[in-house]
Design a protein around this ligand. Structure first.
Ligand SMILES: O=C(O)C/C(=C\C=C(/O)C(=O)O)C(=O)O
Length: 126
């Protein structure tokens, strides 16, 4: 972790290109100096079964959960969240002009004790 976890409706599969967004997210997070690059992971879960609003149009949504370790103060987490949601909004700005789309983002702190890690990627960046 941190985990940048995207839930995205299947109707965006051809138009939402996540790799450029992930590259920006990783670059920013690593650049803050408070997230170890070897722990940053991003992924998309495509959702093929959903209902949105009145289901009367081809609505789409992207919900992102960022899970981070315990201990960073709220001002720090807020600054990170504000920046990341800004990247997300910019990434989807054109699509937002063209179709119905709901974007949302939340940051979740992992439990200070019940959070288990075993990761040999960090050594590569030492
Ligand atoms: O503390 C956490 O679990 C999340 C985290 C970093 C995690 C790793 O580096 C890892 O799983 O190897 C964080 O910095 O928020």
């Amino acid at each position: 972790m941190p985990h940048f976890i995207v839930e995205c409706t299947e109707n965006l599969r051809d138009s939402a290109d996540f790799q450029p967004l992930f590259a920006q997210v990783h670059e920013y997070m690593a650049g803050t100096g408070i997230f170890p690059i070897g722990g940053i992971r991003s992924r998309v879960h495509w959702i093929d079964t959903y209902r949105m609003a009145d289901a009367a149009a081809d609505y789409a949504f992207v919900h992102i959960t960022l899970k981070v370790g315990h201990g960073r103060d709220e001002a720090t987490r807020k600054a990170v969240g504000d920046h990341l949601f800004g990247l997300v909004k910019t990434h989807f700005a054109k699509l937002m002009e063209d179709r119905y789309l709901a974007l949302s983002f939340e940051m979740v702190e992992l439990h200070p004790v019940l959070n288990y890690k075993h990761n040999n990627v960090h050594a590569r960046f030492k």
